[in-house]
Design a protein around this ligand. Sequence first.
Ligand code: GDP
Ligand code: MG
Length: 668
Amino acid sequence: MIFALVGNQNSGKTTLFNQLTGSNQRVGNFPGVTVEQKTGNIVGHKDVSIVDLPGIYSLSTYTSEEILTRNFLLKQKPDGIINIVDATNIERNLYLTLQLIELQIPMVLALNMMDEVQANNGTIDIQQMRDALGIPVVPISAINKQGLAELVEQSISTTNNRLKPEHIDFCSGAVHRAIHAIAHLIEDHTQKQGIPIRFSATRLVEGDELIYRFLYLDKNEAETIEHAVKEMENELHTDREAAMADMRYQFIGNICDKCVVKAKESREYRRSVWLDSVLTHKIWAFPAFLGIMLLVFAITFGVIGNRLSYLLVGGLDSLSRIVDKALTLYGINPVIHSLIIDAIFAGVGAVLSFLPIIITLFFFLSLLEDSGYMARVAYVMDKPLRKIGLSGRSFVPMLIGFGCTVPAVMATRTLASDRDKKMTIFLTPFMSCSAKLPIYALFTAAFFPRYQAFVMIGIYLIGIALGIFSGFIMKNMIFKGSPVPFVMELPNYRFPTVKTVLLLVWYKAKDFIQRAFTIIFLATIVIWFLQSFDVRLNLVDGSEGSLLAAIGRLIDGIFVPLGFSDWRISTALITGFVAKEAVISTLAVLTGASIAEIGEILHTLFSPLSAFSFLVFTLLYTPCVAAVSVTKRELGSLKGMFYIIIYQTGIAWLVAFIVYQIGRLVVS
Ligand code: GDP
Ligand code: MG
């Protein structure tokens, strides 16, 4: 038995899914988190599975989430629907409910967030609502696991007894006549295609092209339908979509008047309005955002993360010394000894030592996200993004891009138009990904210890500023046209839940550790090999004569104008194409520095100015292999991929050049 979990964005679908299946899908207090459908079995009911679909507001087809959900419902034909409704926002949520009812699939309404309704002295007459809608209604609180057993039981029995929604006629007057006339006309077509007749009829009234094509209506029938719609429009003096929407909202209004007693103003709402008066204020929103981010960076790098990192470095260093001694005592072959100590311990260790910083930073970002603040940032960003021809919707992928470009590019699937999607993909590499964090952390600690948080935020802002600049160029030269309108409603601020925050942090930490022991591990061994042997595979004494030095010298001329005049730097940058953390592990291996010394040794390779130029270059230059290949897949074009690599590397070189050369003039 398969249930589809359908509901508005942010209504608690994923929370419910996780509770019912015992899994740990990502929950987020901003719209657009669930992009793909996920399936799981209900705990205690092995044969019942449940599918978590992306959040939607209607079954029309303006966004890819709507299309995905609609196709699932029409083609996979789940045995039942669990329609999750946010009880604190019942009017808007029921709009989708009315459309779902038309599908004539056994359906149960899960009235979620009842804890908030009750806390604010609101009440909902469940029995009356059930009678009005003609489907079972179960009040629940997904987060507190209340009412879940009853929900499962109701859903299973409704589906087992094939109880379809009892009423479908919510219409009256002109709309009623139009829907019924069309329904008669298309009855044979819908039977042949196996889609629900009522659903098809209302969608045709609304002018849904896809349904027209899907039903293979001939010209005569199509004309008759258009005729009926025209008559309805004339009678009501509105257009077809508005007529249907009015009809539904009128019905919903009646239900709510009868069944819902709202608290005057909920506590959460009042708190949200109060916070929003600053955080989404016309003038204060941006400084507030900067202030919050600066605070997060200061705590991460200054107070907590650096200290924890320091402890970890100490631990790793002692471990490396113990292993070093043990291997020497054992009398192991010096080449193997060098591989283990100089390559694996130095390289992987150098990357791993940044784990505490990553964890602390993502802990704070998860707090901001789960509280609902990030949704405000998307809202505030809508206006500036519009100036470069994008909408606030593009902000969600960009925000994900600060974590990793790969999921960010995948998240652009939620964007409605091809133009918005492409443009967003081109701009996500400017959002500095978290794999670059170890580089920033290492360099800022070594060269700008007192201003670490400021340099850090400066780097991020340079990335964003150049993204905006590139957006302007693209808008005026390549992607002409305007963005799809953006509607997003702001969820109330919530106190972040411990579980969600810890889960997000845990995923990030796991991913980071995995990368250190797989891709960074391999990259380190390759680098060690190339620097230990020469062209004839003889062991070299010192790395100057090695294979790697030969490769590095081929290109290091390019970097001299940027202030990097050592072949080890250019080599580190090349390995950064594999994964950004590899820049650190390569520098560690090539300088032969232990994890604790690497900061000091950098002073022999860089001046503060060239260190800053290096940071700017790593911020901007080509995304890593994984990111580049996912870009190619989502853009569907090899040319686009190369364009991104060349553009990013070009702009990185240019900006680092300007920074270094102007800096030199100022310093001298
Ligand atoms: P989705 O977008 O529909 O998948 O919604 P999520 O499951 O991601 O939840 C959105 C937000 O609502 C999260 O911050 C949840 O913690 C919160 N939430 C979910 N269920 C409840 C509930 O029953 N009560 C309250 N107060 N909050 C809830
Ligand atoms: Mg979700």
